[in-house]
Design a protein around this ligand. Structure first.
Ligand SMILES: Cc1cc2nc3c(=O)[nH]c(=O)nc-3n(C[C@H](O)[C@H](O)[C@H](O)COP(=O)(O)OP(=O)(O)OC[C@H]3O[C@@H](n4cnc5c(N)ncnc54)[C@H](O)[C@@H]3O)c2cc1C
Ligand code: FES
Length: 264
């Protein structure tokens, strides 16, 4: 019988330092994730952590993880080098409904490392001329900006507000929280054409969603993704449960109609 908890050994192909505490790991794998899913990443005798898929190629057989060094598992991952082994199981959770977004006006708002799970979504639509896409990213300061080269490349292709808490000298930059720029977005007049994706710290998601609601945008058009504590990731242990909702199974992506009950 298949053991659903059994991870597979996968080789680290590349490590790119994004910030001092956030590194991008490219890992060889047969796992074929969808946009917005997460994978359980582990090191034997240390532990396991859910990590969002920050990019992937089904054809070439790799995934990327943007890992923030915060504790036991992630500390150990930061001690690994190219050629070493990471253990993976998944992919888990639901994914962004790409076909629902296609041909509409997609607005993606991210805060800090929330850019990682939406990066594959941005890459899917960046050159799709039939889909309008506005980007609004918030970071603490210049040293915290992730995927800097890609962000600058996207900026040449799509309307983007890149805001930092402290000025950092990037041309056209804004200063302040993402929430203050939401009322100034040039949104589709027909709200049925809008799809808003917000990913970041819980407070940032909550207050960003409220700003869009103030503009009259319907709850159904707003999507958020949760980084809830998890353990099994397959609906067995209850660690991720908020009231009756298993975030690992029904999420991590939720429409605001449901998410509003889950945002503490
Ligand atoms: C769906 C999902 C997607 C995610 N995606 C990503 C991602 O893309 N990248 C990423 O880096 N993370 C992601 N996370 C978060 C990541 O899974 C957690 O940060 C995970 O706990 C890290 O494991 P760890 O063992 O390194 O840290 P832990 O040891 O579990 O520590 C986690 C947090 O707890 C605090 N902590 C640790 N020990 C203590 C203590 N004794 N007392 C009080 N506080 C303590 C740490 O400061 C830290 O903030 C995701 C989580 C979910 C659920
Ligand atoms: S993480 Fe175990 S039930 Fe969701």
């Amino acid at each position: 019988m298949n053991n659903i908890y059994l991870p597979t050994a996968c080789e680290i192909l590349k490590i790119t330092k994004q910030t001092t505490i956030e590194w991008l790991f490219k890992v060889k794998t047969d796992i074929k994730p969808e946009c917005g899913q997460f994978i359980q990443v582990s090191i034997p005798k240390v532990g396991e952590a859910p990590i969002s898929v920050a990019d992937y190629s089904h054809e070439e057989g790799w995934v990327e993880f943007l890992i923030r060094k915060v504790g036991r598992v992630t500390d150990s991952i930061f001690n690994l080098s190219v050629g070493d082994t990471l253990f993976l199981r998944g992919a888990y959770g639901n994914s962004f409904p790409i076909s629902e977004y296609q041909g509409k006006h997609l607005v993606i708002v991210s805060g800090g490392s929330g850019l990682a799970p939406v990066r594959p979504l941005i890459k899917k639509f960046i050159d799709d001329k039939n889909t309008q896409m506005d980007l609004l990213f918030g970071f603490k300061d210049s040293d915290s900006i992730l995927f800097k080269d890609e962000v600058l490349e996207w900026k040449n292709k799509r309307p983007m507000v890149l805001t930092v808490d402290k000025a950092c000298g990037i041309e056209g930059e804004c200063v302040g929280l993402v929430t203050q720029y939401i009322p100034h977005l040039n949104l589709a007049k027909d709200f049925n054409q809008l799809e808003i994706v917000i990913v970041g710290p819980p407070m940032m998601m909550k207050f960003s969603a409220l700003e869009f609601l103030k503009l009259g945008i319907p709850e159904e058009a707003i999507w958020v993704s949760f980084e809830r504590n998890m353990s099994c990731a397959v609906g067995k242990c209850g660690h991720c449960k908020i009231d009756e909702t298993y975030v690992c199974l029904e999420g991590p992506i939720f429409r605001y109609t449901k998410a509003k009950e889950l945002l503490d």
